[in-house]
Design a protein around this ligand. Structure first.
Ligand SMILES: [Zn+2]
Ligand SMILES: [Zn+2]
Length: 364
């Protein structure tokens, strides 16, 4: 019964990740076990650990897993043992949004991704003493040597083991950043766009804007090295808003901006952005809100979109991002720093201090 493996458990809010033996539940008909090769660390993992997003404890986080299918449930039809897969968010597959190819809008998105269990409330993992753990984070809980997930979460790809490990972070942050530009905002060549906050999500948005020929691409952050990286990946104008007021600095270059991607979650930043957004422009909000200050109302024709996973259908969009990478148009490998999986706490601390853009844990 079940499968014994090791996973990074967080026992309480703000606690450390510590590897423990855990038992994964038996597979249901549409579920699979995936032996993990790599897993990116995303801001939501850290936000949950620090109590900024609600999730049950003790828990196993991780939601940018990539690995090899180890076992399949009896009704799994599209995957076989040995397949290489990237894991993305969970969706029900039955609601009208899932059926129309927009799983990021799934009506059960919150319960499936943030419920800590299957949709019927059953746990997917227990600790060594038999107490249930909140698993199934984004339907996968991939800070684990083996993940129990649903076949819908897994995108099969053809790749070497090294490539598969490299592609792990496509499952969340990079998909969200690129998706909001390529799927939601869709600037045309020559239209202006500003990207606020230059972490991995913001840099994915910069690369996507470059692919579409948006111009000018304005990158905003407070860290000089990140702005330099944004410039080398396609930003035409970089603004350090620690040194100059944002609104004033943008107006020195352009009258207004047609599209804006916010990854900061800061109402101070967003309220200034609404002032330089074109009267018929569109702003996409990607971040977990970092403060409680009120956001100004947009003007009548300005559109505010709260982006979930860049409105992506991972089964289609992740292979597209891999093609763009192979063509040299989406060089996200430049953002990645690898850590051995047992250095997970160091990787999280480095990420919080802004040392590296995208930490990825390697399980081998
Ligand atoms: Zn659905
Ligand atoms: Zn994420």
């Amino acid at each position: 019964m079940g499968l014994r493996t090791k996973a990074a458990v967080v026992r309480q809010v703000g606690g450390r990740f510590s590897f423990e033996y855990v038992i994964l539940d038996d597979l249901r008909p549409h579920e699979i076990y995936v032996r993990m090769l790599a897993c990116g660390i995303c801001h939501s993992d850290i936000a949950v650990r620090d109590g900024l997003m609600s999730y049950p404890f003790p828990c196993v986080l991780g939601h940018e897993g990539a690995g090899i299918v180890e076992e399949v449930g009896e009704k799994v039809s599209l995957l076989s043992v040995g397949d290489k897969v990237i894991l993305s968010f969970a969706s029900c597959g039955r609601c009208r949004f899932c059926r129309s190819g927009r799983p990021a809008r799934c009506i059960a998105f919150d319960e499936l991704n943030f419920g800590g269990s299957r949709l019927d409330g059953s746990p997917t993992m227990w600790d060594a003493t038999g107490k249930p753990l909140a698993g199934h984070f984004f339907g996968q809980s991939s800070f684990s040597y083996v993940s129990l997930t649903h076949e819908r979460n897994a995108i099969r790809i053809v790749a070497t083991d090294d490539e598969l490990a490299l592609f792990a972070p496509l499952g969340c942050g990079l998909q969200a950043g690129a998706g909001t530009v390529l799927n939601e905002l869709r600037p045309q060549a020559g239209e202006s766009i500003a990207i606020l906050g230059i972490g991995s999500v913001g840099l994915a948005a910069v690369m996507a804007a470059k692919i579409l020929g948006a111009h000018p691409i304005i990158a905003v952050d407070v860290v000089v090295s990140r702005l330099a990286l944004a410039q080398s990946l396609g930003a035409d104008i970089t603004i350090n808003c620690k040194k100059r007021p944002l609104l004033k600095a943008v107006k020195e270059h352009v009258k207004d901006v047609r599209y804006i991607v916010d990854t900061t979650g800061s109402s101070t930043v967003i309220n200034q952005a609404l002032e330089f957004l074109h009267p018929r422009g569109k702003i996409s909000l990607l971040a977990v809100a970092a403060d409680d200050h009120p956001m100004h109302a947009p003007t009548t024709y300005q559109k505010v979109v709260e982006s979930i996973a860049g409105d992506s259908n991972p089964q289609v969009f992740i292979p597209r991002l891999i093609s763009l990478y192979n063509e040299g148009k989406f060089p996200f490998d430049r953002l990645i720093t690898n850590y051995p999986v047992d250095k997970i706490n160091t990787a999280v601390e480095d990420s919080l201090r802004g040392v590296f853009i995208k930490p990825v844990l390697c399980f081998t």
